[in-house]
Design a protein around this ligand. Structure first.
Ligand code: SAH
Ligand code: SF4
Ligand code: F3S
Length: 478
C-alpha cells in the first residue's frame, strides 16, 4: 500500500536538503510526497529556530494539523513528526505542549525516521508500551530523538534523487563559531565535514541523473575540511573539493553557501580565478560594518578584513558578484556604528542581500543585553534596505545589452519562455530560440539581456550563441 508523505520546510537551504533526503529515504518504504497535509499518512514539519517566536510558529502549524489527525483517528492514524532546529532546541517542550505529536527528531537524527515511525505506530496501536520505546519517553506519547549521534547521518542515507537541473549537496554541518546572536551552534552541533569521496560520489550520482549545477551547503561551508579520497593525502579544503568536482564531466556549475569571512582562504579565492565551473557569485555575510559591533558579535573579523577579501576576490575574478546578510539594531549599536555599515555597503556594492532586525534568541550570549527601541531598529532596517535595493537594481540594470550565459532550469512564466540563471545568480526569463527543441532544462545558452527589474532579467536568445549547449561555461561577463 502506498502512503502519503507531506513535508513542510522552514529555514535555510540545509533544511531544504534535509527534507529532500527524508523524502528519498522514505520513498522505498512506500511514501509518496504530496502537496497538502489533508490526506497524509505522515506529516513532517522541518523547522527553523533562527527567528524570534520560532516555537510559536511551530505550535500554530501544529494547531492546523491536529484536526486533520483527529479526523482520521482509527486503525491507521496520521503520524506527526517535528524535525529540524526547533525540534533540537525545544523537543521536550513540543512533546509536553503538543502530545499529539508522535515524533520529535533533531537534524542529526532523521536517518532514524523509519525506525521512529515504526515505533510511533506501535505505540499508537497500543502494541508497544511507552516504556519500551528506545528514544526518550516524554509526558505525551511521543518519541524524542534529538541526540547528536556519533555516526554521521549521511552514512545511513540512500543516494539522493535529483529533481531538476540544480541540486543542493550538504558537505559540512554545524558551527563552532558561536556568534553571540546565533542559535545554530546549539541546534546543529559542532562542525563536521563529510569525507570528500562521499561528496564526489554524490555529485557524480546527481550529474548522472541530469543535474548540471550543484550548490555545496554548510553552515560554514568554506571551513570544509573533509577526509581526502586517498586518506594518505590528509584532508581537502573547499578549494580542493571544488577542483575535484570540476573534473566531473557534465557538471557545469559549482556554487557554495554559506561562507564565513574568517575561512575565506587564499586557495579558495584563487580557485575563483581558475576553476571555470566555480561561479562568480558569493554569499559572504558580513553582518555589520562596525568593528565595535563585529567584536561584540564575536565575528572574529573586521570591516577592513572583509573589504580586503572582497578586493582579493575581485582581483582573482573581476566578474565576482557579492551577497551578504546584515543585522541592524544589535544591542549597543550606535548611529555611528550603523553609518559604518552603510559605508561598507557603499564601498562593496552588493548584487543581492538579506537584512534582519536583531532579535534576541534565548540561550545566546547577546539575548541578555539591553535592547534598542523597535523604532530605531525599524528605521535602520528601512534605510539599509533602500540602499541595498538601489544597488541590486543597478547591478541588474548593468546587464542590459550584454550577452550572458544562462543555465536553463525550466519553462518560463509565459508560453514559449524559458527561465534560468546567470553565472551571477540572477534569474532570467527569455524567449526560447525558435526551432531549437534541443534547448531546454540543462542547456547553457547565450541570452541577450533586454530588460532588468529588481529581482530578475528578461532576454532573448543571442543569435551567435544558441548552440552553446556543449561548451564549458565561460568566465562570466564583467
Ligand atoms: N551560517 C550562516 C548563517 C546563519 S543564519 C553564517 O554564518 O553566515 C542566517 C542569518 O540570519 C545570519 O547571517 C544573520 O544575519 C541572521 N541572524 C541569525 N541570528 C539572528 C538574530 N538573533 N537576529 C537577527 N538576525 C539573525
Ligand atoms: Fe551562526 Fe555565526 Fe555560526 Fe554563522 S558563523 S552559523 S552566524 S554562529
Ligand atoms: Fe534555521 Fe536551523 Fe537553518 S535554525 S537557518 S534551519 S540551521
Amino acid at each position: 500500500m502506498r502512503k502519503k508523505l507531506f513535508i513542510k520546510t522552514f529555514g535555510c537551504q540545509m533544511n531544504v536538503y534535509d527534507s529532500a533526503r527524508m523524502a528519498d529515504m522514505l520513498a522505498p518504504l512506500g511514501y509518496d510526497a504530496v502537496q497538502s497535509p489533508d490526506l497524509a499518512d505522515l506529516v513532517v514539519l522541518n523547522t527553523c529556530h533562527i527567528r524570534e517566536k520560532a516555537e510559536e510558529r511551530v505550535f500554530s502549524e501544529l494547531g492546523t494539523i491536529r484536526p486533520l489527525k483527529a479526523a482520521r483517528a482509527g486503525k491507521d492514524p496520521m503520524v506527526i513528526a517535528v524535525a529540524g532546529c526547533v525540534a533540537q532546541a525545544e523537543g521536550d517542550l513540543i512533546i509536553e505542549r503538543a502530545p499529539f505529536v508522535d515524533i520529535v527528531v533533531g537534524p542529526q537524527s532523521y536517518h532514524r525516521l523509519p525506525e521512529l515511525i515504526a515505533r510511533a505506530r506501535r505505540i499508537a496501536a497500543g502494541a508497544e508500551g511507552a516504556a519500551n520505546c528506545g528514544g526518550r519517553r516524554q509526558p505525551g506519547l511521543g518519541v524524542l530523538d534529538v541526540e547528536f549521534p556519533p555516526v554521521p547521518k549521511f552514512d545511513s542515507l540512500p543516494p539522493p534523487r535529483a529533481t531538476g537541473v540544480s541540486a543542493f549537496l550538504t558537505v559540512q554541518e554545524g558551527c563552532d563559531k558561536f556568534c553571540s546572536f546565533c542559535v545554530v551552534p546549539y541546534t546543529r552541533g559542532a562542525e563536521y565535514s563529510r569525507p570528500a569521496r562521499d561528496i564526489v560520489a554524490e555529485a557524480r550520482h546527481l550529474v548522472a541523473s541530469g543535474v548540471r549545477e550543484v550548490t555545496l551547503l554548510g553552515q560554514n561551508v568554506n571551513a570544509y575540511h573533509g577526509e581526502a579520497p586517498e586518506s594518505a593525502e590528509g584532508s581537502w579544503g573547499l578549494a580542493r573539493l571544488a577542483r575535484g568536482l570540476a573534473e566531473i564531466d557534465g557538471l557545469r556549475r559549482i556554487r557554495y553557501t554559506t561562507s564565513h569571512p574568517g575561512d575565506m582562504g587564499a586557495d579558495l579565492i584563487a580557485a575563483h580565478g581558475d576553476v571555470a565551473q566555480l561561479m562568480p557569485f558569493l554569499h559572504l555575510p558580513v553582518q555589520s560594518g562596525s568593528d565595535r559591533v563585529l567584536a561584540a558579535m564575536n565575528r572574529r573579523h573586521s570591516a577592513a578584513g572583509y573589504l580586503r577579501i572582497v578586493e582579493d576576490l575581485r582581483r582573482a575574478q573581476p566578474a565576482m558578484a557579492l551577497s551578504s546578510d546584515f543585522i541592524v539594531g544589535y544591542p549597543g549599536e550606535t548611529d555611528a556604528d550603523f553609518e559604518a555599515t552603510l559605508q561598507l555597503v557603499r564601498t562593496v556594492g552588493f548584487a543581492q542581500s538579506f537584512t534582519f532586525k536583531y532579535s534576541p534568541r534565548p540561550g545566546t550570549p547577546a539575548a541578555a543585553a539591553a535592547q534598542l527601541p523597535e523604532t530605531v531598529k525599524d528605521e535602520r532596517l528601512q534605510e539599509l534596505q533602500a540602499l541595498l535595493r538601489e544597488q541590486q537594481a543597478a547591478f541588474n540594470a548593468a546587464a542590459v545589452g550584454k550577452v550572458v550565459e544562462v543555465l536553463v532550469e525550466k519553462a518560463g512564466r509565459k508560453p514559449g519562455q524559458l527561465s534560468g540563471r546567470t553565472p551571477q545568480f540572477q534569474p532570467v526569463h527569455f524567449s526560447a530560440p525558435p526551432g531549437r527543441s534541443d534547448v531546454g532544462a540543462g542547456s547553457i545558452v547565450g541570452v541577450r539581456i533586454d530588460g532588468a527589474a529588481l529581482n530578475s532579467l528578461d532576454g532573448s536568445p543571442a543569435e551567435s550563441d544558441v548552440g552553446a549547449t556543449t561548451r564549458q561555461p565561460e568566465r562570466a561577463n564583467a
